[in-house]
Design a protein around this ligand. Structure first.
Ligand code: G3P
Ligand code: CA
Length: 303
């Protein structure tokens, strides 16, 4: 797969409600190299694709009178909400996804179901080499809140490994990165299955502990602002990660929330591609693909 890889952040989430099969399929159609499901658990131990375990912002749970009494408070979450770990998968399947960002279209609200990770892996496999793609589609699942879920008896390590077994990953080896903001789950996965490619997510400057992460991770997924200073110079993070043998996949590129310093999405992609990133998490994978192709075209002209 030619770098930088284009990772469809929550699917084609700039256009359709995030973390739905329809949003992942659109991302595939728009040229994504990887689709990115965030994962949380249901009460009966299934992994479903959601960014948050609270459900009110991205589903119609508040319209379901039968679930009114599930609204509750949880340690670590402000205010009341409905939480994935209080619902069975069968109950989750009665919900429909909705757009969370106010500036984005709500036309598809109420139409799409919440997928399981098994369904996301099935979609990935259906877009493998056998689907006549030159390069097999990849999948880039994130373990959300692994410490919290383990504390209530829901453990990502066995659950994810079991899902990968069911998806025949050890035979098919479709492109896969597993990511987390919490080092412990990545260490557990590296210990149980050293063949998995793992990405340590980093949000804050003080968490740039790259030498530590290189012991178990194959790369880092940093907040993009950690990679350059306000003069547009590299902070050295990419160079250090590369020297340690790790890839760098920053997040999140959003054409509808472009930083002021860039005149266009392409200018932002060009800046980070020039900086040396190995991939980008983007809500608008068609814009990333266009920037990548334009760059390739420029290289050909210079030959
Ligand atoms: O996983 C990379 C990036 O998605 C991290 O941010 O909060 O969108 O999962 P988030
Ligand atoms: Ca994510």
């Amino acid at each position: 797969m030619q770098k930088p890889i284009i990772i469809a952040h929550r699917g084609a989430s700039g256009y359709l409600p995030e973390h739905t099969i329809e949003a992942y399929q659109l991302a595939i159609d728009l040229g994504a190299d990887f689709i990115e499901p965030d994962m949380v658990f249901t009460k009966d131990g299934h992994l479903i694709a959601r960014h948050d375990h609270y459900l009110s912002t991205t589903t119609d749970v508040s319209d379901h009178k039968e679930f009114a009494d599930r609204k509750t408070t949880k340690t670590g979450h402000d205010g009341e909400d409905w939480f994935s770990e209080d619902f069975t998968l069968a109950e989750i399947k009665t919900l429909r996804a909705k757009q969370a960002m106010p500036q984005r279209s709500k036309q598809a609200d109420g139409k799409f179901k919440i997928p399981t990770i098994a369904e996301v892996f099935a979609l990935t496999r259906a877009n493998g080499v056998s689907a006549k793609r030159e390069v097999a589609l990849g999948v880039y699942p994130e373990t959300k809140l692994p410490g919290y879920f383990k504390s209530i008896g829901l453990d990502y390590q066995p659950a994810l490994v079991a899902e990968l077994e069911k998806a025949n990953w050890w035979q098919e080896q479709f492109p896969l990165f597993v990511q987390s903001f919490e080092a412990q789950i990545l260490i557990e996965l590296k210990n149980s299955n050293p063949e998995l490619a793992l990405i340590m997510l980093i949000e804050k400057k003080e968490d740039l502990l790259l030498e530590q992460y290189a012991k178990f991770a194959d790369g880092i997924g940093p907040f993009k602002a950690l990679l350059a200073d306000n003069k547009g110079k590299s902070t050295g993070v990419i160079e250090q990660a590369h020297a340690l043998g790790m890839q760098v996949h920053p997040w999140t590129f959003r054409s509808d929330q472009l930083p002021d310093v860039f005149a266009s999405p392409q200018a932002e992609y060009d800046f980070f591609f020039d900086l040396g990133v190995d991939g980008v998490f983007t809500d608008f994978c068609n814009d990333a693909k266009a920037a990548k192709l334009a760059r390739i075209a420029r290289t050909i002209k210079e030959l």
